[in-house]
Design a protein around this ligand. Structure first.
Ligand code: C2E
Ligand code: MG
Ligand code: MG
Length: 622
């Protein structure tokens, strides 16, 4: 017998059966008795530990249910809550849930779905099904829950449908944010590059199916870097947001506007009939920037350059994007606030540009360039008052290369610094020559010498160079001309670019007696406040304004306004690019004092300039 040797004399819990040859078994009888006793103990211990385990795990699960933040609900046959774990109170906010209908716990619009699901669950006896619901808390806020549903009606201890609800509101929110971040730009809320590429892919597929034209616009904010550097990144960010809003107003619901990075945006338009429609869209985009931006720091005028690519040239997403980038580059080179459409030649232009850059890098500044001089005249009399020095690059194989083609390259490589210094040296020494000659002639003819001056263009990069003022001083010294003979032309972007230092530098130059002109006025920020803030003596109105003279009354009024303001501030105005007498006469009639343009003369070499100095003194120009 498997007997437990206890004083209480418990009945044996079983028997140990041993079979064998009787005589041999008798020999081991006592051993077998001991074995049976041991076995009885072992069996008892085993069942005991099973019981302990069972009790332990029950207690364990009870604790789990009570402490978990998961809400466990057991539903009765009428879909009412029969049991709710204690975690229901903090999660759902109701003091008690027992007796409530489950449908009362979900938003009204979801209750149908929930009813259907519960019916399915009863019909199919689901054991572990996962769902995603929205649940109404007692304070009517909505939370998102992950629901595990088990049909435990057959389970005697449960006898109902069991729902385990886990609050995943925060997690879902985070997931949504992460997804959003992966596809949207965090500053402007526009699509990012990833989403833009994806949308382009879809648009291309649709375009192929429907035979429509897909267009990509690459949009870049002109001179954004200047604004960012001068007014600070806060203003820069504010502007980017404003720009993105402005861009969004130009698109239809089916189009996409995206921020690609920095001040670069891209726009996708899907269902155009022809590339011409895409160009019209680009017109709208550029037009949208006519209005200034009202930022917390004040009003800012901003334009954008746009590169266009359409499926006419490629229907590969990456290629389309590369095309628009190339077109943007060409738009930028053409000036601000314009669009250019991709043309296969642009590809060759780019290669051409590289070659030009290489050639420029290899040139000797001292021996490879030439300076031409274009007369500046008094408008009412056509009398010569000075010359603007314009650099040329006579190239062995390309003929004469114009500054438009290489100044930007020289700025990029930094070569503009020695080149600019060379032009300044050349111009001042030529001016010294004309003055000597002019003085001699004037003396012979008993006339007062004409106060001729030379005007030299200075690029932003040169002006930023620390040694600029010294260089200008040396040019005056070595040529021997007086400072009143030298004018330096700066563009508005220089004024924008370095705040106090720019002002400092300009003051030093003015203290030397050198006059400063603002070139291409009207093409950049055209803030009239510059005229007051900076020591500017001359304002050159850009050719694009003069072109509109006689064409638009508005343009006339605008130029007249600039001329009047400049006059009250004691600033001389030069109208650039006068090509016909009508323009000249209109300008003269509104009181614009000075002019320059092909009507009077094309840029000429120093010898011709010198002859002109003589003739103009006696004959007057034209
Ligand atoms: P800018 O300073 O505005 O010079 C005027 C430009 O307009 C010159 O072109 C001149 O030839 C041109 N122009 C003058 N009158 C007329 C006209 O009636 N009709 C037309 N269509 N054009 C006219 P250019 O010489 O090609 O110079 C272009 C620009 O290159 C200049 O514009 C200036 O910003 C820059 N540049 C020229 N020389 C230098 C230089 O030595 N240093 C620097 N940093 N920039 C220079
Ligand atoms: Mg100029
Ligand atoms: Mg100009």
């Amino acid at each position: 017998p498997l007997a437990l040797d206890r004083p209480s004399g418990d009945p044996p819990i079983g028997v140990l059966v041993v079979a064998g040859v009787e005589s041999e078994l008798l020999d081991v009888r006592t051993t077998l008795t001991t074995l049976a006793e041991q076995s009885a103990l072992a069996v008892e211990r085993f069942s005991l530990s099973q019981e302990i385990n069972r009790q332990d795990s029950e207690a364990y699960f009870r604790t789990l249910v009570q402490n978990t933040s998961d809400v466990i609900l057991i539903l009765d046959a009428g879909e009412r809550v029969r049991y709710a774990s204690s975690s229901a109170v903090p999660v759902l906010g109701y003091p008690t849930l027992e007796g409530r209908r489950l449908t009362d716990l979900v938003p009204p619009e979801d209750s149908q779905t929930v009813v259907r699901m519960l019916a399915d669950m009863r019909a199919h006896g689901w054991k572990d099904r996962r769902e995603h619901w929205r649940v109404l808390r007692s304070d009517q806020t909505r939370i998102e829950v992950e629901v595990r549903c088990s049909d435990l009606r057959e389970e005697p201890t449960v006898g109902g449908l069991v729902l385990t609800l886990r609050d995943v509101t925060e997690r879902r929110q985070l997931e949504r944010e992460l997804t959003h971040r992966a596809f949207y730009d965090s500053l402007t809320g526009l699509a990012n590059r990833v989403l833009f590429e994806d949308r382009t892919g879809h648009a291309l597929t649709r375009g192929r199916r429907e035979g429509s034209v897909v267009g990509v616009l690459f949009v870049d904010v002109d001179d954004f870097k200047v604004i960012n550097d001068t007014l600070g990144h806060g203003v820069g960010d504010e502007l980017l947001v404003a720009v993105s809003l402005r861009l969004s107003t130009t698109i239809r619901a089916s189009d996409t506007a995206a921020r690609i990075g920095g001040d670069e945006f891209a726009m996708l338009t899907g269902d155009s009939m022809s590339p011409r429609d895409v160009e019209t869209f680009a017109d709208h985009v550029i037009e949208a920037f006519r209005e200034p931006f009202k930022l917390t720091s004040g009003m800012v005028n901003v334009s954008v350059s746009v590169g266009i690519a359409t499926t006419e040239d490629s229907d590969d997403a990456a290629e389309l994007f590369a095309h628009s980038d190339l077109a943007l580059y060409s738009a930028k080179t053409a000036g601000k606030g314009q669009w250019r459409r991709y043309k296969p030649e642009l590809q060759t232009n780019l290669i051409e540009r590289h070659k030009l850059q290489e050639s420029l890098d290899a040139t000797n500044v001292e021996t490879s360039f030439a300076v031409r001089y274009q007369p500046i005249v008094e408008l009412p009399t056509s009398n010569l008052v000075g010359f603007e020095a314009l650099v040329r690059w006579p190239h062995s194989t390309r003929g004469v290369v114009l500054p438009e083609q290489f100044i930007a390259l020289a700025e990029e490589s930094g070569q503009i610094v020695p080149l600019g210094a060379w032009v300044l040296g050349q111009a001042t020494s030529d001016a010294a020559g004309w003055r000597r000659e002019g003085a001699r002639r004037a003396y012979e003819d008993d006339l007062p010498p004409a106060p001729l001056y030379v005007s030299v263009n200075v690029s932003a990069r040169q002006f930023r160079d620390a040694g600029f003022v010294d260089m200008a001083r040396r040019a005056l010294e070595s040529s021997g001309i007086g400072p009143e003979t030298l004018v330096l032309e700066l563009t508005e972007s220089v004024l924008m670019s370095r705040g106090d230092n720019v002002l400092e530098c300009m003051k030093e130059l003015t203290d030397l007696g050198i006059r400063i002109a603002i070139d291409d006025f009207g093409t950049g920020y055209s803030s009239l406040s510059y005229l007051r803030e900076f020591p500017i003596k001359i304002l050159k109105i850009d050719k694009s304004f003069i072109d509109g003279l006689g064409v638009s009354n508005q343009q006339y009024a605008l130029i007249e306004g600039i001329v009047n303001i400049a006059e009250t501030l004691g600033i001389a105005v030069i109208a650039e690019g006068i090509e016909n007498t009508m323009q000249r006469d209109l300008l003269a009639s509104m009181g614009c004092p000075l002019g320059q343009g092909y009507l009077f003369a094309q840029p000429m070499n120093s010898t011709d300039a010198e002859s002109l100095v003589h003739s103009s003194q006696r004959l007057g120009l034209l």
